[in-house]
Ligand binder design. Sequence first.
Ligand code: ATP
Ligand code: MG
Length: 379
Amino acid sequence: MSKELIRLTDCVMQFDDDIVLDHLNLYINDQEFLTLLGPSGCGKTTTLRIIGGFQKPTSGTIYFDGQEMNDVPPHMRKINTVFQRYALFPHLDVYENIAFGLRLKKTFSEEEIAKEVTEMLELVSLRGFESRKVNSLSGGQQQRVAIARALINRPQVLLLDEPLGALDLRLRKDMQNELKRIQQQLGITFIYVTHDQEEALAMSDTVVVMDQGRIQQIGTPEDIYNEPKNAFVADFIGESNILDGTMIEDYAVEFFGRRFKCVDKGFAPRESVDVVIRPEDIDIVDPSEGHLSGTVTSVTFKGVHYDIIVDFKGFKWLIQTTDFYPVDAIIGIRLNPEDIHIMKKSAYSGAFGDYSSYSAEYDEISDPEEPSEDDADEE
Ligand SMILES: Nc1ncnc2c1ncn2[C@@H]1O[C@H](COP(=O)(O)OP(=O)(O)OP(=O)(O)O)[C@@H](O)[C@H]1O
Ligand SMILES: [Mg+2]
């Protein structure tokens, strides 16, 4: 197993009266690909700046290899950064942009520099671009130069702040694969910032979900997606129907006045909970065979599947299906125990997970009905 490399203990960042980071506790293993994920303003860049040494926490400690780093300046940390704005030197060509870090050290011969630059060009697939001016390159190519320039210093840790933010979707996906390959090939620790949940899930060993200066959940992409800790995480990562429920006993939850089997336990008797059901986990069946039945109020073709909004007793759910159901169709659904996820109530309860407003976006193409009074079918 990899060993721990960086640790933040009780890090608080305060600007005037604003607490921007609220007692952050986090460790990062050597050679890990860790992503800070969260909405704009949640404190991702601030966390990265503290790790890089560009900012000192108001209180709390940062350790590197077990040594306190609070007072160590950025250039003395074995860290390099790729910023969202690549900050390449426009008057230098590709070769000189990449060579810059080595020239600065003044200990490398021209021959050694050439060897290193060539290796970096190879790594980011830019052989042949040596003498190109950087402002003649595409966004994706400039991004590669920025990465090569950071990596030539052989940092132990690379900090990347939304490095793919300026690229179109296709190029983004290509670069995601490239970055992952580079990280694995060189065995470098990557600390990556993004607000794009798909990107975080696709690339990371560990995802740290943040909101309002606090860590909401830390886990593998699978953990975060399958076992969200609260309504914020469930809503931010993927799509989620979130309902009020009551835990009756271990492995049994009640919502919509019906009892369902689930796989969760350890709640107090009759504890109020949030119930998460992912749109892709819902099986559509004949209304006579369903646990619940509802009326389709809108349909949107998404390529691989349809997004349908279905009204269950006035609650609108999002369901994803590869079969087509027209507006006004009455459908039944079945829920398997493993597709019902139970979460503790939190400050975020009630704020997310209902698709009533979402369906408004579809009003033009659908013919929304009055909420159906259909009752759930009995088993
Ligand atoms: N130097 C500063 N002075 C005052 N407030 C600051 C300062 N730096 C950051 N903040 C505030 O701290 C909060 C977190 O900022 P941060 O840049 O870390 O967010 P972020 O998660 O990176 O957001 P984005 O996705 O928009 O880049 C914001 O509300 C920001 O306005
Ligand atoms: Mg930021």
